[in-house]
Design a protein around this ligand. Structure first.
Ligand code: SF4
Length: 324
């Protein structure tokens, strides 16, 4: 799958005379691909996670509390078709939205036999305004049968597999109890490429035991692995996670806002300009968040990152070295 032209999908500096791309935004990519703004509708397919339900482990990733990212409107008690219809109705009324990607978000959204997955996915795409699916999952939870089925679906729909990675460093993956290593993620990417399926990764920046150089190495290494989209997240500690217990007993340093803003800019500089950025930072509901508390809303944090890119007169990919 080749990346589409980046020129019109980039966040640009409002101060420059000539268009000055700062980073490639996922929202702009969708707008260019579909000719209008496309909104995500989050649904809960009622899945569990192999790292929590005993298939692999019971503890889960140490930073994870799914309630911190489960939208209040998504309820596993309602059929997917109903969740989709309600989400679309809300977004149409509020934003005048016309096209939608259904995002299977909480837990591991391919963690079931294919015959159980198909009715859920088909219920989502049966709505006439839905143009695609985005499936949040783990690299050890997608086998050939599921990939082949999604590959067929991708002929008519915009299908994205979002493989959690968090870090390319195995000692981090062990320490946060991910239950897989970097090689597992690479193999999942290799199995998934060249099928017409779009590929996304999720990375966390700010693990206190990783050096800045190690975090930035992730940008370079991910740049030529066939990724289309990337979600960046700062490390935060949320309630009811194993990490919250660790933090309470032995508080560890977490990125301050200014430090994180510079780190993201450094990261973007080293990342291939062919990758579209779906998220630049994490955001947990106030009642879930323990630390770091930055006291800013999403728009303010985004503005600071854009401002820092401008101040440093830099952009995504400026220092990227992509091996052939
Ligand atoms: S972060 Fe994802 S993979 Fe890890 S325990 Fe939570 S749902 Fe499972």
């Amino acid at each position: 799958m080749s990346a589409m032209s980046n020129s019109r999908s980039r966040i640009s500096s409002p101060r420059s005379q000539v268009e000055k791309p700062l980073y490639n935004a996922y929202g702009g990519f969708l707008k260019e691909k579909f000719g209008c703004r496309v909104y995500k509708v989050s649904v809960d397919g009622g899945f569990s996670c192999p790292n929590r339900d005993g298939t692999l482990a019971v503890g889960g990733c140490t930073y994870c509390n799914n309630d911190s990212f489960r939208p209040k409107t998504a309820s596993s008690l309602k059929p997917v078709s109903e969740q989709v219809a309600e989400g679309i109705s809300y977004l149409k009324n509020r934003y005048g939205a016309a096209k939608f990607v259904v995002y299977f978000q909480p837990f591991t959204n391919t963690h079931a036999p294919l015959e159980s997955l198909i009715p859920l996915y088909e219920a989502a795409i049966s709505h006439p305004d839905v143009v695609g699916l985005s499936l949040g999952t783990r690299p050890d939870c997608v086998d050939e049968g599921k990939l082949a089925w999604l590959e067929r679906l991708a002929r008519d729909f915009f299908i994205t597999l979002e493989y959690g990675l968090e870090s390319m460093h195995d000692r981090t993956l062990q320490r946060i109890n991910r239950g897989h290593d970097f090689q597992c993620w690479l193999e999942a990417m290799n199995r998934s490429r060249n099928r017409g399926i779009w590929l996304c990764a999720h990375v966390i920046l700010g693990f206190p035991w990783e050096s800045r150089a190690e975090m930035l190495e992730t940008a370079s290494v991910l740049s030529d692995r066939g990724l289309n989209f990337l979600k960046l997240h700062h490390l935060h500690v949320v309630r009811d996670s194993a990490m919250a217990d660790e933090y309470r007993v032995h508080p560890f340093p977490l990125p301050g806002l200014a430090e994180y803003v510079d780190l993201v800019v450094d990261f973007l500089e080293r990342l291939s300009p062919d990758i579209f950025i779906e998220r630049l930072f994490g955001f947990a509901p106030e009642e879930q968040l323990i630390a770091p508390v930055w006291g800013k809303n999403k728009a303010e944090i985004h503005r600071l990152i854009v401002q820092r890119l401008q101040e440093r007169n830099t952009c995504q990919g400026r220092l990227a070295v992509v091996s052939g």
